[in-house]
Structure formats: structure tokens, C-alpha cells
Design a protein around this ligand. Sequence first.
Ligand code: NDP
Length: 296
Amino acid sequence: MAATVIDGKAFAAKVRGQVAEHVTRLKGDHGITPGLAVVLVGEDPASQVYVRNKGKQTVEVGMASFEHKLDASVSQGELLELIGKLNADPAVHGILCQLPVPDHIDSDTILGAIDPAKDVDGFHISNVGLLGTGQKAMVPCTPLGCLMMLRDHHGSLSGMDAVVIGRSNIVGKPMAQLLLGDSCTVTIAHSRTKDLAGTVRRADIVVAAVGRPEMVPGDWIKPGATVIDVGINRIERDGKNKLVGDCDYASCAEVAGAITPVPGGVGPMTIACLLANTVTACCRANGLPEPEGLTA
Ligand code: NDP
């Protein structure tokens, strides 16, 4: 039987709708407008597109968007000064510094300078520690989006066997922590994993975050398993540019119970979760109840 397609585009629209409702309530009941500040250093074309989309969607849900575009030659000190000002600005509830930053700037120093309570990317070491110890954290957006889709599809994830392929700090590791938090039995696979096919075959949930086009074939997938494909890979096929995931969609969809497509799966959830994190940060900053269903 063909897999259920988990429609990330529709799900992201639903999340943005929930965020917009919370924003309306925060404005109407408390006179508070959640604000997201995005800092972009340099002219990287892909980063410019991301920042534009983030700003557009922030405004669409009724939040305030503060964009700071800095020249590639800006010094680390000047960037830190801006972050300090945003940390102190009560109209700013979330701060994101678009990566990558130019080589003369140390990204860890910049991420470490963001107030953890405003760290809507969830990359600050304090948030990494809070997530790792099962405490209330700001959670990285892409894994949070994957978790929301899994919870929506399955209800409880308790007791399920999950395999996360990839151990990066922004996707693989936080994804594994989130699945553990939902009581899955979690295996993290990576480039040195000995029997990747056998490891994946045991999983009820497979999250692929590798960055290798169509690496996971259908015959690695346990029948009925749920496949979350985080990969975004640009390839040439039949003379055309195409986006594909880390899983071979056609063969995996024949075996899986549910699968996210690429594009239109995990991708759209990332910005939706950034907006959700900003509302969460705003509620926490003001001692208000957090939006239900939008946090880990
Ligand atoms: P990284 O390059 O940081 O990490 C890739 C991971 O894959 C590493 O842990 C690496 O292992 C592992 N890996 C590499 N080759 C193999 C292999 N042959 N077998 C098993 N594991 C392997 O990538 P990211 O985590 O940043 O991103 C992963 C993918 O997700 C990319 O395609 C990226 O574009 C996409 N992405 C999508 C987002 C979205 O919004 N949908 C957001 C972020 C990322 P090792 O550590 O041993 O080297």
C-alpha cells in the first residue's frame, strides 16, 4: 500500500495560523506585539532569500519584523554591539543571526552572545544544555518541525524505535534529544555507522538528515515505518535542476506507512517553527502561558 504523504506545506500553514491567533490574543489582551529580529551579514544570495521569506512570514502572522542587514566587512565587535542592543530591546523577543557569517567572524561567539531567552534558533549552548537535560529550552526549528509532524501523525511516540541519520548540532543531535524526550528508543547513525541498512530496517521512525541525494533506498525501510526526510539536495536530472531529499522517495513511499516529500515536507516547517518559537519566547518573557502545541 502506498504511504500517506505528510504534507509539510499544509501543516506549516496550520502552524502559522495558530501563531497568528496567539499574536492576535497577545495584542488584544495584553497590548504586546511579538517581535523577531533577523541579522544578515554580507550578500550571500541563499541567505538573502531566507531572510526575505522570514521577514515576510513574520509580518503575515502579525508580528513585528526587524531586519538588520550589515556589510560583509562589519567587525565582530560591531556585530556583538548590535546583538547587545537587541538583547536589551523589550520590543524584540526573538533574535536570529543568519548563518553562515563571513570568515573573520566567529559564529560560536555570535551565537553565544544572543540572550538564551531570545535565541529562537535554539543554538545557544544554554538551550542545548536545557534540551539535553529535558528542561524547558528554545528548540532548533527544523527538528521541532519534524517532531510536530510526527506527533500529529502518530499521537504518542512512546516506545517507538527511531533512527536519526546525521549527528549535526542543528538537526541530528537535537532531533534525537526530542525523540528521546517523547520516549522513543533512539539510535543516532552517522558516516561511521557499520550497518546503516540494518540499523534503519529496525526503525519505526526514520529521520534522514545527511545531505546526500536519495541515499536511503526503499529496501532499507521497515514496512509501515514513518520516514521524515530533512535533506535538501539540488541535483541535475534529465537536463533539469531538481530538489531531492536524502531518501529515494519513489521506493521509500512504496514501503513506508507515511513519508514527507521533498520539496513540501520538512522545509516549510522550519520558518513556521521559527515564528512559533518567537511567540513562545514572547510569552515566556511576559510570564504568560505558552501556546499549546507549538513547543516541544
Ligand atoms: P551536516 O553536513 O552538518 O551533517 C550531516 C550528517 O550526515 C553528519 O553527521 C554526517 O556524519 C552524516 N553523514 C554523512 N554521510 C553519511 C553516510 N554516508 N551515512 C551516514 N551518515 C552520513 O548536515 P545538516 O545536519 O546541517 O543537514 C543535513 C541535511 O538537511 C542537508 O541536506 C541540509 O540541506 C538539510 N537541512 C534542511 C533543513 C530544512 O529546513 N529542511 C534545515 C537544515 C538542514 P559525520 O558526523 O560522521 O560526518
